[in-house]
Design a protein around this ligand. Structure first.
Ligand code: GLU
Length: 471
């Protein structure tokens, strides 16, 4: 039997971390087993489903590289098929028309609540043969009255439901539109889904769905219900814990590789390994290693994982990813260093591409002013002469290379009997406007000769002024 999984989002909202994690596990399992991954858009809720949300889902999936082998299928394009099954089931008695009015059902509910009974449909229309004039009926599935449904869940273990606890579910509304639990079953059946992997908020739907699959004459798929993702504080994951739309993480400069790596670890583990490439995930993932307890979203860990992927990414690839962020930061990539060199220089000091682009601004543009605290601390009269020497020797270099830059600075330090740091930090502050940057040779090399000299001149002027004032 070849594995077929599906991701079945409802476009009533955007793709969030929980839904992506579900999609990822479905995709991984299919890839791992040489199976197929199917994308199905469950858009039957026409009021709350929007084309923008569909776009958000497709866009997010494609950014993450969770490619579907089949689909996207849209439930709204399958109404004929649902009607066909409804007609068959009415014909064979697997379903029936229910003419109970809303008022009657409300009264029933009230009675049951008052008596402390479980609220459920009492099956009044099960044996009705006559239509009731003036009432548009709903259609209900004739659920077995007794026996049990056993969900042999791959994550939760064996979960048993009594049929006596389930009532006859409405599968089509009075206006004829099919309902969620029914369309899922018809689709899972038609699409020959072998493994249903989804959030455990659907566990309670599963026995009803299994009964309906059986009514279609098929064996149920294997189920795996994934535990919730909670906020860092243990409450339900929501907006106040971070971005909701997965695309916001793209805007913030997270790598899709890192997002997947972070999400795979929410509920799944392989020893204590933290960093996984896409290939490793495919190779190692198994549903049997998914744990039962809910996991908490941890934004710091996400940033850390992102940083690890940034560090590990080949510079060419990283530069390509960085490019749009430079442009978005208003920088002109042609006005500065080769982005591949930039990526090499900066990859160890940024946790997102957005931060990397922001941190590299001084390689492309002059800054307004040197950070006052750094200026005060590092641009002191004692370094005036060594800074002048650095400036003139660097200006004299006929080849602007890292080795030449280092040797020049070392030469000045030696001649003036200064520790390297004593002259290094003033140079850094002069050239970058602040106290942190990649190694000095890399920094100057990236900034370029002309710009470096200009900025040294400016810093020397400041130091000279200061020396004049204090003299
Ligand atoms: N459309 C459902 C949802 O977005 C998922 C249905 C399923 O996976 O069975 O929650």
């Amino acid at each position: 039997m070849s594995v077929r999984t599906r991701f079945a989002p409802s476009p009533t909202g955007v793709l969030h971390l929980g839904s992506i994690r579900t999609a990822l596990f479905c995709w991984l399992y299919a890839r791992r087993r040489g199976g197929r991954f199917i994308l199905r858009i469950e858009d039957t809720d026409r009021e709350r489903s929007t084309p923008e949300n569909v776009e958000a889902i497709l866009d997010g999936m494609s950014w993450l590289g969770l490619d579907a082998d089949e689909g996207p299928f849209y439930q709204t394009e399958r109404f004929e098929r649902y009607e066909q099954v409804l007609a068959e089931w009415l014909e064979t008695g697997k379903a029936y028309r229910c003419y109970c009015t809303r008022e009657e059902l409300d009264a029933l509910r009230e009675r049951q609540m008052r008596a402390g009974e479980r609220v459920r449909y009492n099956g009044l229309c099960r044996d009705r043969t006559e239509a009731r004039p003036g009432v548009d009926p709903v259609i209900r599935f004739r659920n077995p009255l007794d026996g049990e449904v056993v969900v042999d869940d791959q994550v939760r273990g064996r979960v048993v439901f009594e049929n006596a606890q389930l009532d006859d579910l409405i599968i089509a509304r009075s206006n004829g539109t099919p309902t969620y639990n029914f369309t899922v079953v018809v689709d899972d059946y038609d699409m020959r889904i072998t493994h249903v992997i989804r959030g455990d908020d659907h566990l309670n739907n599963t026995p009803r769905q299994m009964n309906m699959i059986e009514a279609l004459g098929a064996a149920p798929p294997v189920y795996a219900h994934l535990p919730m993702i909670l906020g860092p504080d243990g409450s339900k994951l929501s907006k106040r814990h971070g971005a909701v739309d997965i695309r916001e993480y793209r805007e913030e400069g997270y790598l899709p590789e890192a997002m997947l790596n972070y999400l795979v670890r929410l509920g799944w583990s392989h020893g204590d390994q933290e960093i996984f490439s896409r290939e490793e995930m495919v190779e190692l993932f198994d549903i049997s290693d998914v744990n039962q307890s809910a996991s908490a979203f941890n934004p710091e860990k996400l940033r850390w994982i992102n940083q690890q992927h940034i560090i590990a990414m080949p510079a060419e690839k990283l530069a390509e990813r960085l490019m749009p962020f430079l442009v978005k930061a208003g920088l002109d990539p042609s006005e500065g260093p080769d982005p591949v060199h930039l990526a090499e220089g900066f990859h160890e000091r940024a946790d997102t591409l957005l931060h990397m682009a922001a941190g590299a601004r001084y390689c492309y543009e002059d800054f307004e002013a040197i950070e006052p605290k750094s200026a005060k601390k590092h641009l002191r009269p004692v370094v005036l002469e060594p800074m002048r020497a650095v400036r003139s020797r660097l200006a004299g270099l006929s080849h602007w290379g890292k080795t030449a830059i280092v040797e020049t600075i070392e030469g000045v330090a030696e001649d003036y009997e200064l520790a390297l740091g004593k002259i290094g930090q003033p140079i850094r502050v002069a050239v970058t406007g602040g106290p942190v940057s990649p190694p000095l040779d890399v920094t100057l090399w990236l900034v370029g000769q002309a710009r470096s000299i200009e900025r040294l001149d400016h810093a020397i002027e400041l130091i000279a002024q200061r020396a004049g004032q204090t003299r």
